[in-house]
Design a protein around this ligand. Structure first.
Ligand code: GUN
Ligand code: FE
Length: 458
């Protein structure tokens, strides 16, 4: 009954391939042959292959030359890894763009909870999540870390939709039992934990090896969770050492102050979440804007990853610039998040461009101590950095042989599909074409999207 996570057919390309080897090392392979096996994994990757060498490489890999279909990419076309969205609220899909310029806690109470509450209705959830997952795949987001609503059933539907549509996803039931209206919160600690366990069982049945979909523990943030609830989620985290954890962390001054009022026994959010067993190398911490001294070192030592959401950070009331360069300097894993609907855009290209802008601001604010992000660093955050944050860098993030083929076929040209992309000119190097795509392209230039070798953009 379940859709297959792979297409079951091998794939091959010849042309330009671009991916990150590390934060500041971009590899561009020209005349590259890529072979993807029937298991959806990259079987061969070799640059500088002349046309007359292709057949021998095909047969070395166990396929019959001549009849084996190879797709030839033209100038201006290339493959790059799919984008990773490390922080995304699926039930906010229909509220993107609404409620700009108010404080975080007002935005939750006045705009967001009412939208998320609609996911009580499973038919609405099916319809909205189908639109959401299709929309993110359209943007080339091959992996997303999703917060669901607090509803168990709707979140199980979200897991099903990701699996059926072929998106790699971490899916979390949002735990929240206080500081939200009666009509939108978990009625009790035990109910909240029960629904989380139900989601884990559901995904174990749906995708037993977590090939595509994996549950993620998702306490919304400490303001939404009574201490007993945080304790219970910490216990589930210890029981399931394979499952990632996500929460919001030091996002806004107002939020940090209120958290201190609720938990006066802790000096910092790092102390708080660590005490409840929620900070480790599987944690995805969203925003991370205002860290106290020592918190940065702590999250580095514990191996936590940062979901940098520069659009949301600059859409709410306070213009907030996360110290991303410092995180990178400390060796903290960093990826990008759309934070749909805290942010207005569902595009990682947009998140990356906003990351450049806020990193310029940060460079100014620190008198040059924190240099702005380079183009290649931004691309790394959008792909490999995100894979590291999601604990999936052994599976995706770049095109190392043996990884799953999660890829975009980019047509960085305005010929087939007139758009706003800066047109390719005769003298443009591949570096310039790539830069034009990242800075001026959009989903119209993302011709095909593959997850585990399966073509998933409709
Ligand atoms: N903090 C708690 N919930 C949320 C949310 O939905 N979005 C953002 N940006 N911050 C939060
Ligand atoms: Fe968020």
């Amino acid at each position: 009954k379940n859709a297959s996570p792979t297409s079951g057919l091998p794939l091959a390309f010849h042309g330009t391939v671009i991916h990150s080897r590390s934060l500041d090392e971009l590899e561009i392979l020209e005349n590259c042959i890529v072979i993807v096996g029937t298991d959806g994994k990259i079987q061969a990757l070799q640059g500088n292959v002349e046309l007359d060498q292709i057949n021998s490489i095909v047969s070395e890999n166990g396929y019959v030359p001549d009849v084996f279909p190879v797709k030839f990419l033209k100038r201006g076309e290339f493959l790059c890894p799919g984008f990773v969205d490390t922080h995304n609220h699926a039930p906010q899909w229909a509220q993107r763009g609404v409620g700009r310029g108010i404080s975080l806690l007002d935005w939750l109470n006045k705009v967001t909870f009412a939208h998320e509450a609609k996911f009580q209705d499973p038919e609405y959830a099916k319809r909205m999540y189908a639109s959401c997952v299709t929309g993110f795949l359209q943007q080339g987001i091959t992996t997303a870390s999703y917060y669901g609503s607090h509803h168990g059933q709707a979140t199980r539907i979200l897991a099903d939709v990701c699996f059926e549509k072929g998106q790699r996803a971490l899916v979390g039931k949002c735990n929240m039992n206080r500081n939200a209206p009666d009509w939108y919160r978990d009625p009790s600690v035990s109910d909240s934990l029960h629904e989380t366990r139900e989601l884990i069982h559901h995904v174990q049945k749906l995708d037993p090896e977590y090939h595509l979909v994996k549950p993620i523990l998702t306490p919304r943030f400490a303001i939404s969770c009574e201490p007993e609830l945080l304790d219970g989620i910490g216990a589930i985290a210890r029981e399931h050492p394979d499952l990632p954890i996500q929460t919001h962390f030091n996002e806004a001054k107002q939020e940090i102050e209120y958290t201190r009022q609720l938990f006066p026994e802790f000096d910092t959010e790092a102390d708080l979440y660590q005490r409840y067993g929620l900070l480790n190398d599987r944690s995805i911490l969203a925003h991370c804007i205002f860290l106290h001294e020592g918190e940065m070192r702590r999250i580095q030592e514990l191996g936590c990853g940062v979901a940098h959401c520069p659009i949301a950070n600059t859409t709410m009331q306070d213009f907030m610039v996360a110290p991303v360069r410092e995180y990178l300097r400390c060796g903290i894993k960093v990826g990008l998040g759309t934070d749909s609907g805290g942010g207005y855009s569902s595009s990682i290209l947009d998140a990356m461009k906003q990351a450049f802008i806020v990193s310029n601001a940060r460079q100014m604010l620190t008198q040059g101590r924190d240099p702005a992000l380079s183009l290649y660093e931004g691309f790394f955050l959008a792909t490999m950095g995100g894979a590291q944050v999601c604990g999936l860098d052994d599976r995706v993030g770049n095109f190392a042989v043996g990884k799953d083929f999660d890829a975009l076929e980019v047509h960085a040209t305005d010929l087939d599909q007139p758009g706003v992309i800066s047109p390719v000119e005769d003298e443009d190097t591949i570096q310039v074409i790539f830069e034009k795509f990242l800075m001026t392209g959009d989903d119209r230039n993302i011709f095909k999207v593959y997850v585990s070798g399966r073509s998933v953009k409709v």
